[in-house]
Design a protein around this ligand. Structure first.
Ligand code: UDP
Ligand code: LCN
Length: 817
């Protein structure tokens, strides 16, 4: 059973409850199991299992509502290997149980994840499944009783909070030495901070704090630190407690409380004040990373927006903290990306570029190298990037040390490539590592783990999932945008959760990949830049200068290389969508729904922004397919006159005004993705006051409260989705106030939950707290790090070599066991 550290007692396990259930409805259960095995060996998903269950119930409700119904509706999938059916049951987010049932006598037994995965492998690679020496990796095997784990599914994603409680009790039990050692080691560029080396015992430190506290009580709160610095030094205290007497007093009081009897509230407060993070390195390697003309290009979307906004927010927060700590250091943030000589009109061929609207943040571009040591000129798809990463990590590490004139305090990776490189760099430099996924590809493509071989030539998932496993496990903390990203919902496993136990037959079985009850998981949702995405109602701020351009972009009648199609009836509201033209974004799906729904076509026009219009201009495999599909749908449904397809737009400021111009038509934003990790366009649209319909698959389902701050749509049911949109516009026709209500309620949701300031505070607290935790948990970590290092060396490196470099012919992927 997974995760929850024993939340479900053994006696509550489904396998144990089975005999009792059998007594209740043996006949029906037998029939149901006969149906399952009648189809032979196969992998069955929940809908199929439920369907067979209902059929075997003969319309009788009892069985579906009884115990078996409960088991099947909690089952994620089942492996049928007659006469057995093996269930992967998920009773709650993060909690899994694997059960093997004999279809004839209905005996049931609990099996381990590894046993379950072996059954699954038989369907795909029998020989490998039955080989006792197939590669099985079990990161969980290295956890012992002292490894802290959350137990409540509702607490998943709240790791920081849990960790401060755990560390408080650990310090209370084992003594304050680890904290003292941590404080003694605090320094910046050779300058010791807070606690000088004379205070080398806890009692000496406590005495110094007492003296300082008494002394500070006699000073005015706003007395600057410089005025009493000499006194602090006499007691062995160094800079970093605060810029004023009041700030120092508060920090000292938190620490004194912690030293006396550690409690989570004071731990949190203290670690949010500790001067431990001044320089941060953020890796976002693939794609075109730049500040202009890059958005919408292949592989280039929200991640770039996220990082640039994140950097601004982090810099602001760092500056504030440094001031509060009474220090005069300059924070530094470096965004490490790839230098692409063939930059296609962007600045991606420029090595160093300051981040706009910041003072101390810089984009640093490091090239990929060819075998001959030359800079690789071309863009490389994120799926083909693996052979370049190790060298990239080495080269960027050297550059970072040069630019920062020392080590960073925190390294944060983004997406698989950035996270793998962050793991290598943080290991080499011995610094705290944070991980951000944005999207984990495994959940985007159904059965991409077991069917990895079929997809590997195109996507190289063998490398990607291996790299993801390494990064998730090495990282000190993981930043997720939503709960669902980690642990999904009652109905559906989360992105990280789906890496708990999985297998890639012929390659590697992950008996435990990552456990979502690990306190390294934290939710910190991003925001949208509110200077760009503001409500359409703020008339004085509107960018009216851009209106003629937007008018041309949306309403001119001619096709050109920027847009095709036109809008015959300007009086109709516009439904709008904007995304990279990837399959999973499902822009073509939206066009098809629109094409097929006459009522919707009568009510509104459709404007979509995405991709290129000419397939011969694209180098991206998926984009080319989608471009062709767009053209054929426009022809098939004769959409000209009702649709405008505009190519990818790279100007964020103008895009902000575009959302607002759509709101002027009393239109709506539609995000139809088959799966969306977070969905920045959703919060951009809502920030502009556009009522929003977004996919119920992924992050948007959490951003929007259905029917309150927007609407969820099911991307797998286009008819229902397009009718829902049509109903909305019908209702708005009858009651124009309804549109206003949805617009303001969407905005309210944003202001309450999605701002960059909240984000930055949380992330810096993570950097500080997990930095300390690393030092406390050194021994436990070491074994795991060794295991990971070996896995990297023996498995990842070999896989990366199977990915053709630019100009090479594809090599056959080999099993790397
Ligand atoms: N975007 C853009 N022009 C385009 C397509 C997208 O400016 O042609 C921007 C969009 O406004 C958003 C980001 O790219 O800021 C896409 O982020 P999202 O989270 O929606 O999806 P991703 O591309 O990251 O999967
Ligand atoms: C990547 C994605 O696919 C989106 O879902 C996110 O919104 C974006 O990154 C920013 O995190």
């Amino acid at each position: 059973m997974a995760g929850g550290g024993g939340l479900m007692r053994r006696s509550d396990s489904i396998a144990d409850m089975m005999p009792e259930a059998l007594r209740q409805s043996r006949y029906h259960m037998k029939r149901c199991f006969q149906r399952y095995v009648a189809g032979g060996s196969r992998l069955m998903k929940k809908p199929q299992l439920l369907d067979e269950l209902h059929r075997s119930a003969d319309g009788g409700k009892d069985i579906a509502e009884g115990f078996l119904g409960y088991v099947i509706s909690s089952t994620h999938e089942a492996v049928v290997l007659p006469p057995f059916v093996n269930f992967a049951v998920r009773t709650n987010p993060g909690i899994w149980e694997y059960i093997k049932v004999h279809s004839a006598d209905l005996t049931a037994q609990q099996i381990t994840p590894s046993q379950y995965l072996k059954c699954k492998e038989i369907l795909f690679d029998q020989e490998w499944a039955q080989d006792d020496n197939s590669l099985e990796v079990d990161f969980g095997a290295l956890d012992d009783l002292s490894t802290p784990r959350l137990t409540l599914p509702s607490s998943i994603g709240n790791g920081l909070h849990f960790l401060s409680r755990f560390m408080s009790s650990k310090l209370a039990g084992a003594g304050m030495k680890p904290l003292l050692e941590y404080l003694l080691a605090l320094s910046h560029r050779g300058e010791s901070l807070m606690v000088g080396d004379t205070l080398d015992t806890v009692s000496k430190l406590q005495t110094a704090l007492l003296l300082a506290e008494v002394f500070l009580a006699g000073l005015r709160g706003d007395t600057p630190y410089q005025k009493f610095e000499h006194k602090f030094q006499e007691w062995g205290l160094e800079r970093g407690w605060g810029g004023t007497a009041e700030a120092c007093r508060e920090t000292i009081s938190c620490l004194s409380e912690v030293l006396q009897a550690p409690d989570p509230a004071n731990m949190d407060r203290f670690f949010s004040r500790v001067p431990s993070v001044f320089s941060i390195v953020i890796f976002s390697i693939h794609g075109y990373f730049g500040q202009e003309k890059v958005l919408g290009m292949p592989d280039t979307g929200g991640q770039v927006v996220y990082i640039l906004d994140q950097v601004r927010a982090l810099e602001e927060e760092l500056l504030q903290r440094i001031e509060q700590q009474g220090l005069d250091f300059t924070p530094r943030i470096l965004v490490l990306t790839r230098l692409i000589p063939e930059a296609k009109g962007t600045k991606c061929n420029v090595e160093i570029e300051p981040v706009e609207n910041t003072r101390h943040s810089t984009i640093l571009r490091v090239p990929f190298k060819t075998e001959d040591g030359e800079d690789l000129p071309q863009w490389v798809s994120r799926f083909d990037i693996y052979p370049y990463l190790e060298r990239y990590a080495e080269d960027s590490c050297a550059k970072i040390l040069e630019m920062l004139q020392g080590k960073p305090d925190l390294v944060i990776g983004n997406y698989t490539d950035g996270n793998l490189v962050a793991s290598l760099v943080s290991r080499k430099l011995g610094v705290t590592q944070g991980t951000i996924a944005h999207a984990l590809e495994k959940t985007k493509y159904e059965d991409s783990d077991v069917k990895w071989r079929d997809m590997d030539h195109k996507y190289h998932f063998s490398c990607q999932f291996t790299a993801d496993m390494i990064a998730m496990n090495t990282s000190d903390f993981i930043i997720a945008s939503t709960y669902q990203e980690i642990a999904g919902s009652k109905e559906k496993p989360g992105q990280y959760e789906s890496h708990y136990a999985f297998t890639m037959p012929g390659l590697c079985r992950f008996a435990t990949g990552i456990n979502v009850f690990d306190p390294k998981f934290n939710i910190a949702a991003p925001g949208a830049d509110q200077s760009i995405y503001f409500p359409f109602t703020l008339k004085q701020k509107r960018l009216t200068d851009l209106h003629p351009q937007i008018e041309e972009l949306v309403y001119s009648k001619e096709d050109n290389d920027e847009h095709i199609g036109y809008l015959e009836d300007r009086s109709k509201p516009v439904i709008f969508s904007m995304a990279r033209l990837d399959k999973v974004k499902n822009i073509t799906g939206l066009v098809e729904w629109y094409g097929q729904n006459k009522r919707l076509r009568d009510l509104v026009n459709l404007v979509v922004v995405g991709g290129l219009l000419d397939p011969s201009q694209s180098k991206d495999r998926e984009e080319i397919e989608e471009i062709n599909k767009m053209h054929s749908l426009i022809n098939k449904y004769q959409l000209k006159g009702q649709i405008r397809w505009i190519k990818a737009q790279t100007d964020r400021v103008r895009n902000g005004e575009l959302y607002r111009c759509i709101a002027d038509t009393r239109g709506a934003f539609v995000q139809p993705a088959l799966y969306e990790a977070f969905g920045l366009t959703v919060i951009e649209a809502m920030n502009c006051g556009l009522p929003t319909f977004a996919t119920n698959q992924g992050g948007p389902a959490e951003i929007i409260v259905n029917d309150v701050s927007g609407f969820h749509i099911n991307p797998l049911d286009g008819k229902e989705a397009s009718n829902k949109i049509a109903d909305f516009f019908q209702k708005c026709k009858e009651d124009p106030m309804y549109w206003n209500k949805m617009s303001t309620d969407g905005l309210q949701r944003i202001y309450e939950c999605y701002t960059w300031q909240i984000y930055a505070t949380k992330v810096l607290n993570m950097g500080s707290m997990y930095g300390f935790w690393r030092t406390m948990d050194k021994e436990e970590r070491q074994a795991k790090q060794r295991y990971l290092q070996m896995f990297y060396n023996l498995q990842f490196r070999k896989l990366a070599k199977t990915v053709p470099k630019v100009g090479e012919r594809p090599e056959q992927p080999t099993a790397a066991t």
